[in-house]
Write a protein that binds this ligand. Structure first.
Ligand code: FES
Ligand SMILES: [Fe+2]
Length: 426
């Protein structure tokens, strides 16, 4: 449970709010690269309550500017990408990606008026199919070297999902190991291509989650947030470990969902980025460490569910097309097999901004409690004018090779707390 003041601190992300300053201290995904192909129209985006335009200059580099032209506020997302920047349709002013006004064709030739005009601009970087931006103050930190962002071509798959609620409840959904024993359960093997098998394909990961509904949950602090050990009883004498991570401040990393041995499972990340305080994007990045990733197979779970605008067909308007017949013998929730649908249902149902003054947290919510503590500590640092912990500004602090995720079944005698060190990809 949080006080109202604490809940506000963690859920309000507009410019100038402590929570907003905190999240802006980190590089954040602004869009998928596929939304902005080379030579395409600029796109209008909204992030942290700010309306912006994302474009590629004629060299292909992304730029992110305030949506409204600083001349007389025309919408720059209709502009022309030319001459090294974005040109406003109304009177032809040209802006580069740094927000400099480089041309004002109608002003007298001797005028230096353009040097007095600066458009809002945020730096961008592109990696693993994502266009990142830094909206914080001062010099940007390093783009974090999370393992999932280091995958080579052919080793990542990325998409996103619209969520009609505050970013924090989306992210807290990932920090809740217990819901996997219920919400996402299926009573039959997932007929789609990405059924998640463990232990050489003998048992489905989902079956093991349903077998023991009272896991032991342990956490340890790391230089990126929290490492989360969730152990459940498996077959006689065996334990099932799911190792996941809270990645500060609005991400998590978990097994990639491609099945197989721990080394084959790859890595997944969910990154919850506010559009404003009551809507956010959940970016989903899946990578493998070696070989190439079958994107068609991995995306099979979304086909038919995700619309071209990255909104799910199933939503609150149609009550997620819940099917009571399906609940008898096929899925626990009656909303199909796509876990993204289930998660959207769970988190949107908590309200636009969850009222955390009335909740009752139990043992299984211990990761959420610990993550909130880290967030509140960082908010206080920000309120005192400092930079939050975990912002990486040198190679030493930008080292995350020890962030691993996997599902593994083994003898109860296994030292589950040190096993992850052996699972770091070579
Ligand atoms: S409003 Fe953009 S150039 Fe005039
Ligand atoms: Fe979930």
């Amino acid at each position: 449970m949080l006080t109202k003041e604490e809940n506000d601190l963690l859920t309000q992300t507009d410019a100038g709010t402590p929570g907003g300053i905190l999240l802006r201290s980190f590089w954040q995904p602004a869009a998928l690269s596929e939304e902005l192909p080379f030579d395409s129209a600029p796109i209008r985006i909204r992030i942290f309550g700010e309306d912006l335009v994302l474009f590629r200059d004629d060299a292909g580099s992304p730029g992110l500017l305030g949506l409204h032209c600083p001349h007389r506020a025309a919408d720059l997302s209709y502009g022309r990408c030319e001459d090294g920047g974005l040109r406003c349709l109304y009177h032809g002013w040209l802006f580069d990606a740094a927000g400099n006004c480089t041309e004002q064709p109608g002003e007298p030739a001797e005028s230096d008026f353009k040097t007095k005009v600066k458009q809002t601009a945020y730096p961008c970087k592109e990696q693993a199919g994502l266009i990142f931006t830094y909206m914080g103050q001062g010099e940007p930190p390093l783009l974090p070297a999370y393992p999932a962002l280091q995958a080579g071509d052919g080793q990542w798959f990325v998409t996103k999902f619209f969520q009609e609620c505050n970013y924090l409840q989306g992210n807290e959904g990932n920090l809740d190991p217990e819901h996997l024993s219920f919400l996402h359960r299926a009573f039959i093997n997932d007929p789609r291509a990405n059924a998640d098998l463990v232990k050489g394909g003998e048992a489905s990961f989902d079956m093991l989650l349903g077998k023991d509904k009272a896991p032991v949950i342990e956490i340890e602090e790391t230089n990126y947030g929290l490492r989360i050990f969730t152990t459940r009883n498996a077959e006689e004498g065996e334990t099932f470990l799911r190792l996941t991570n809270y990645v500060f401040p609005n991400m998590n990393a978990f097994p990639g969902g491609v099945g197989g041995t721990p080394a084959d499972q790859g890595h997944g990340m969910h990154w919850h980025v506010p559009i404003d305080d009551t809507h956010h994007w959940k970016y989903q990045l899946t990578t493998v460490w070696a070989g190439s990733l079958d994107k068609t197979k991995l995306n099979a779970g979304n086909v038919g569910d995700l619309k071209p605008d990255y909104h799910l067909h199933r939503n609150t308007e149609n009550r997620f097309l819940q099917n009571r017949g399906e609940m008898k013998d096929t899925t626990f929730a009656g909303m199909g097999f796509n876990i993204q649908v289930h998660d959207v249902w769970a988190t949107a149902g908590e309200g636009p901004i969850q009222d955390r003054t009335t909740e009752h947290l139990g043992y299984t919510d211990k990761v959420i409690t610990a993550a909130r503590r880290q967030l509140l500590d960082a908010v206080r640092t920000v309120q005192e004018g400092g930079e939050p912990k975990y912002v990486a500004r040198d190679a030493g602090s930008n080292s995350f090779g020890h962030m691993v995720s996997f599902n593994e079944v083994g003898p109860k005698s296994t030292d589950w707390h040190s096993l992850w060190q052996e699972r770091i990809p070579k």
